[in-house]
Design a protein around this ligand. Structure first.
Ligand code: KIV
Length: 267
């Protein structure tokens, strides 16, 4: 019998049980099959594809048509995993643009959820999307689409004021209807506190091992871009010897909470 589809309810139940959720970025059908076979529960069609597939310097040049194309490639092959598609830069700058982007990412792209980057000022957008049946994943901490405003890729929420802002944003987005939160590059203690406080699953990247789940950029954890992976990532392919073994190793370490280790975490 085929394994049951992963839904938001599955992930909520995993959070309640304290069972870590394994998520990876994915941009094509071949890897969708491999990742599913390894037991990855969530496939994120991230706009990181601009950097790892297109060779762009940031995610800013990624367009909606690119995200729709890659979401469709992944969704066609994913039989079990939950597929989340990133809303690209400025595609949710107005509510109407956000609805159009979500319509295309879910309708043509087959995504089951969309992700957008930003704080409590997006609460109305999140509420509107969810009112129309669009499941939304929020993204706080380091916001790669805002790299030009932030002035670089840096850890966020390191002081009390910054941490309080992220907490307030997370609560506002959850109240607005966000069904999941990606927390990128924040101190482990903040991520742990938020994972405990929020009732939605918190997926960390560069956020310590206490989150409800982990996500990495596929090309980083497979060592496909040597010398370019961030310090919070880990080359699982080198460690396990081969792609399939690397994927299985990643899932095993997320489940055992041995990844991320202290060397991948800001304390
Ligand atoms: O685009 C992406 O790959 C992401 C992850 C870094 C979470 O948003």
């Amino acid at each position: 019998m085929p394994a049951a589809r992963i839904t938001r309810a599955t992930l909520a139940a995993m959070k309640r049980r304290g069972e870590p959720i394994a998520c990876l970025t994915c941009y094509d059908a071949a890897f969708a099959g491999l990742l599913e076979a390894a037991g990855v529960e969530v496939l994120l069609v991230g706009d990181s594809l601009g950097m790892v597939l297109q060779g762009q310097p940031t995610t800013v040049p990624v367009q909606l048509q690119h995200m729709v194309y890659h979401s469709a490639c992944v969704s066609r092959a994913a039989e079990r995993a939950l597929v989340i598609a990133d809303m690209p830069f400025l595609s949710y700058a107005t509510d109407d643009r956000a609805l159009t982007a979500a319509e295309r990412l879910m309708g043509e792209g087959g995504a089951a959820m969309v992700k957008l980057e930003g704080g409590g000022d997006l609460a109305d957008t999140v509420a509107r999307l969810t009112r129309f049946g669009v499941p939304v994943c929020a993204h706080l901490g380091l916001l790669p689409q805002s790299v030009h405003r932030l002035g670089g890729y840096r850890y966020q929420g390191r002081d009390d004021a910054g941490a309080a802002r992220i907490r307030a944003d997370a609560l506002a987005l959850q109240d607005a209807g966000a069904g999941m939160l990606v927390l990128e590059c924040v101190p482990a203690a903040l991520a742990e506190a938020l994972s405990g406080e929020l009732h939605i699953p918190v997926i960390g990247i560069g956020a310590g091992s206490a989150c409800d789940g982990q996500v990495l950029v596929l090309h980083d954890m497979l060592g496909l871009l040597p010398g370019r992976a961030p310090s919070f990532s880990k080359d699982f392919a080198a460690g396990y010897g081969g792609v399939a073994a690397a994927l299985a190793g990643y899932v095993a370490e997320v489940k055992a909470r041995t990844f991320p280790g202290p060397e991948h975490t800001l304390h």
